[in-house]
Design a protein around this ligand. Structure first.
Ligand code: COA
Length: 200
């Protein structure tokens, strides 16, 4: 499934054009395509995720997985029937979002965890909101009844705000459960009900 979305001018929050040199193209005005991820997206997804592993606290992984491992994870998600979406602009993957089991034990089978990462140059343009909104719609077409966000770092205001905007409520903070970049890091838990076909 493919959905074209046009970013409204009001969503433009990218950097202003430099005062010297040629004018920068206004990429925020270009259309965004949301579509299912394909195996060929693995290198770009691996590069986006590697940036956030190396420089951010959203993920508690410390060594970026290689392309083969990302491809394996993508195939695992798709093979279990969960949605895995990418946002594409001008033919390049700008970000991705997917659902996966919240926890492995069978009693958790109607709950999913969401993951969402954008290329660093593409944050703050509304793309995360569009990806997450579409991921929610896709999950509500399945059996799932709760979506859980496990957000690395209490100071990840962009992710906390994004999830709040999408109807997630705070479910608590696990304090200092992570250790990365030489310091203790919280996990912020947020959850949202889903109108999936699982038991009511
Ligand atoms: C978190 C992330 C996916 C959000 O996507 P995005 O496209 O940048 O977010 P949007 O532009 O759709 O904005 C969503 C909301 O967050 C707010 N927001 C965005 N960046 C923000 C920031 N740096 N600080 C505070 N709020 C911010 C927006 O204002 C908007 O709220 P509003 O509608 O009330 O104004 C993206 O920033 C990202 O990839 N971050 C790094 C990885 C990460 O943290 N992933 C989440 C893992 S749980």
């Amino acid at each position: 499934m493919e959905i074209f979305l046009w970013l409204p001018a009001a969503a433009s929050s990218g950097p202003p054009a430099a005062s010297d040199g040629p004018p920068m193209p206004d990429v925020s005005a270009l259309p965004i395509l949301l579509r299912d991820a394909r195996p060929a997206d693995a290198p770009r997804i691996a590069a986006i995720y590697a940036h956030h592993v190396r420089h951010g606290l959203a993920s508690f992984e410390e060594v970026p997985p290689d392309v083969a491992e990302i491809a394996r994870r993508m195939a695992d998600v798709a093979g279990r029937g969960f949605p895995y979406l990418v946002a594409e602009q001008e033919g390049a993957v700008a970000g991705y979002a997917y659902a996966s089991p919240y926890r492995a034990r069978s009693g958790y089978r109607f709950s999913v965890e969401n993951s969402i990462y954008l290329a660093p140059a593409m944050v703050g343009r509304g793309i995360g909101s569009r990806l997450l909104a579409d991921l929610i719609v896709r999950c509500e077409a399945g059996p799932w009844r709760q979506m859980v966000a496990v957000i690395g770092d209490s100071a990840n205001h962009a992710s906390i705000r994004l999830h709040a905007r999408m109807g997630f409520r705070s479910a608590g903070v696990l304090q200092a459960v992570g250790f990365k970049f030489g310091r203790w890091v919280d996990s912020v838990l947020m959850q949202r009900p889903l109108a999936g076909s699982g038991p009511g």
